[in-house]
Design a protein. Structure first.
Length: 279
């Protein structure tokens, strides 16, 4: 630029524009360092912001699904514990029914006493079945028939089923006939044996179904944990600031800002030299 042409101030404009660019870059680095984010506004990366929002939504869905799976697994563990207790009671009831059916050695009073103990265990089973709850869900009273488990972040990531067996598998909860009233003679004890056998079969089916879903849920939880790592990596790569790079950029821009400021001052000094021609 000519030192004798000062009206437009071309040299100053060049230096000032350079300083503005450096200050903008410095501001971006400071913003990223202070927030820890590479994308603080859509203008930072118009394409990346869409990818980032999608990945964040996916990550949130994965974490919600993990919570669903963990809670469902805990619920089924509680149900399985109750079923195990019922199983112990049924084993004892079977022993009592077999014992009570032997009137060759037992008196009527003794059979009645055994039948009363048997009935008490039946009442215990009914109580467990009615009062085993997870929140408001009655786990052994049909509330888990045809339920939906959302195990992933997408609408298709569900299974809808009877996760503790069907209603037919809950016969142990409503033992009929002599199982409810006990027995007072050998014939009643023999009938009770059949009732208990049916209840044990139902219990076995229910526990098998519960175990299958606990295993399935555990496998899906492992998959969600792995997916979380992968999606979190995408969020970090797209959205997180590289602090080492930004600190390096800030140091560079700070030096350049000082240089640009000095250049702007020098351009003004060069313009003032022309004024000496008027002296």
């Amino acid at each position: 630029m000519s030192l004798t042409r000062i009206n437009t101030g071309a040299d100053s404009i060049v230096a000032l524009n350079g300083l503005r660019k450096i200050n903008n870059s410095l501001s971006t680095s400071l913003e990223r360092i202070s927030s820890g984010l590479r994308i603080n506004k859509a203008a930072d990366d118009p394409t990346g912001v869409g990818t980032l929002n999608t990945a964040k939504a996916q990550l949130g869905g994965i974490r919600a699904a993990q919570m669903n799976l963990e809670q469902t697994y805990s619920m089924l563990s509680q149900a399985d514990g109750a079923l195990a207790t019922i199983g112990e009671a049924l084993v004892k009831m079977k022993e009592l029914a077999v014992k009570g059916a032997n009137d060759a050695t037992l008196t009527s009073a003794q059979i009645t006493s055994i039948g009363a103990e048997y009935e008490g265990l039946g009442d215990l089973i009914d109580n467990i079945s009615a009062n085993t709850k997870f929140g408001e869900k009655a786990l052994l009273a049909g509330d888990l028939i045809g339920v939906t488990v959302q195990y992933g972040p997408n609408s298709a990531d569900t299974f809808n089923d009877d996760i503790i067996g069907s209603n037919a598998d809950h016969e142990f909860a409503t033992l009929s006939g002599n199982a409810q009233t006990g027995f007072t003679d050998a014939a009643g004890a023999q009938a009770a044996m059949d009732d208990v056998d049916a209840a044990i079969t139902a219990l076995s089916t229910a526990r098998a179904t519960t175990g299958q879903y606990m295993s399935l849920i555990a496998s899906n939880l492992e998959a969600m944990l792995s997916m979380e790592v992968n999606v979190a990596s995408v969020v970090s790569t797209v959205g997180d600031a590289d602090l080492a790079a930004e600190i390096s950029n800030m140091a560079r821009d700070s030096i350049l800002a000082q240089s640009a400021t000095a250049a702007l001052m020098q351009s003004n000094i060069q313009s003032q030299i022309v004024l000496k021609l008027l002296q």
